[in-house]
Design a protein around this ligand. Structure first.
Ligand code: HSE
Length: 407
């Protein structure tokens, strides 16, 4: 029997406990041993739980229990998760986590401690919820040079955008619904401002390129400025709007990484990923495009990945899974203004399209009453910013600008 603990009994934690109890026989058959939840850490009371007697409010009861070999951290946030995870690893326990904020902020350090202590630190659930992506990238695709990773990495914003696209539902109503369904972060600003998706693309980029990429090095835009008008115009251009996390390896070896809403052509595989589903495209130099798709948020999908990591740790109590990247200083990342992209603009003003064409060259356009929109050819983003200023100087009001993704 392997004794484990779970820290946190929220959406994901209660899901992990539920799976460990309801799938006990199946997990036994896979591991050849029983996995028993010995302790659950939470400050709240859960008198109706079938294992109510195993709850504790005291972290030390888990840290100092020599029988507990594997701990799942599903509390979320940096504090106290960071301190707890470090102390658990140093105490020789393997740790699994769904906490993308923690991995994006301290992954390199925690992986290094795990290596020193010969224990495992696994985080499959931190990206893509129930979709296997960390393990496939780390193992199945290891023979490839990863040229690009691009994905819809946040279920809440994808749910909101899908409701806006399919039902013309206003932004606030769609966000409320996502919160009720349990997809949104405790503070949904992390979802709608793009920080959650940014953390996830940082984790994938660190894994792909071997050096930690910190969220502060990544230009990040959220979806709060996207309107139903943008959604309609995007459709005129044969596109849908999606929040994309993307990293590309450039010819000179540097990395172009961004999190931002993009117009995605309807023919792209990422265009048809709707609601809380996530989709991640990994472009390997040997494999070409490999696409991962599934539920990126929610109780049981995310808990499924947490439990899989627990099982993996139980299978490897005496050896370390090779999962590692070094610390990084951001010097391998280009400034976002150097990035090359086509752009969509929604504008208002007299002769706006003529003025736009004279500045931007060939454009594709669409008009509605007193507002119009156009898309440009690809250009360096810094040059785009200069041309946009020039357009404003000619009396054209710019209501919205969104990148057009070549996805
Ligand atoms: N708030 C996150 C999302 C949860 O909506 O994708 C899963 O990481």
């Amino acid at each position: 029997m392997v004794q484990v603990a779970i820290m946190g009994h929220g959406v994901v934690g209660s899901g992990a406990a539920e799976i460990l109890l309801t799938h006990k026989q199946q997990l036994f058959a896979n591991l050849g041993e029983e996995i028993r939840i010995k302790k659950i850490l939470d400050l709240r009371e859960f008198p109706d739980s079938p294992i109510a007697d195993r709850f504790t409010k005291d972290f030390d009861e888990i840290l100092n229990d020599l029988e507990i070999r594997v701990v799942a951290e599903v509390m979320g946030g940096i504090n106290p998760a960071y301190d707890y995870v470090k102390r658990l690893l140093k105490a020789g326990k393997s740790v699994v986590t769904s906490n993308k904020e923690l991995v994006a902020a301290h992954g390199a350090e925690l992986l290094s401690i795990a290596a020193q202590e010969n224990v495992n630190f696994l985080f499959e659930a931190s990206v893509g919820g129930g979709i296997p992506i960390i393990r496939p990238m780390n193992q199945c695709l290891v023979a490839n040079i990863v040229d690009e990773v691009a994905g819809i990495l946040n279920g809440t914003t994808n749910f909101i955008l899908t409701k806006m696209i399919e039902e013309s539902m206003p932004f606030d109503d769609a966000l409320r619904l996502a919160q009720e369904l349990g997809f949104a972060e405790r503070n949904p600003e992390a979802d709608i401002e793009g920080h959650d998706a940014c953390r996830k693309i940082c984790i994938l980029a660190s894994l792909a390129y071997g050096k930690h990429i910190y969220p502060k090095s990544v230009h990040t835009e959220g979806i709060t400025g996207i309107t139903l008008e943008d959604v309609r115009f995007a459709s005129d251009f044969g596109c849908v709007i999606k929040l994309i996390g993307r990293v590309k390896k450039l010819k000179d070896g540097r990395i172009d990484i961004i999190t931002a809403p993009m117009l995605v052509p309807c023919k792209s595989q990422l265009a048809n990923i709707d609601y809380e589903f996530n989709g991640i495209m990994v472009r390997g130099d040997c494999t070409g495009d490999v696409v991962f798709y599934g539920k990126g948020a929610g109780k049981l999908p995310t808990a499924s990945a947490v439990v899989a990591d627990i099982v993996d740790c139980c299978q490897h109590l005496k050896e370390r899974r090779f999962l590692f990247w070094a610390d990084g200083d951001g010097s391998n990342i280009i400034d976002y203004r150097e990035s090359v992209t086509a752009m969509y603009l929604r504008v208002k003003g007299e002769n706006a399209l003529e003025k736009a064409a004279s500045l931007f060259g060939e454009i594709e356009s669409s008009e509605e009453a007193d507002v119009c929109a156009f898309t440009t050819a690809k250009m360096v983003y810094g040059d785009f910013l200069e041309k946009a200023e020039a357009l404003k100087a000619e009396g054209v009001e710019i209501l919205s600008t969104i990148r057009v993704g070549d996805l």
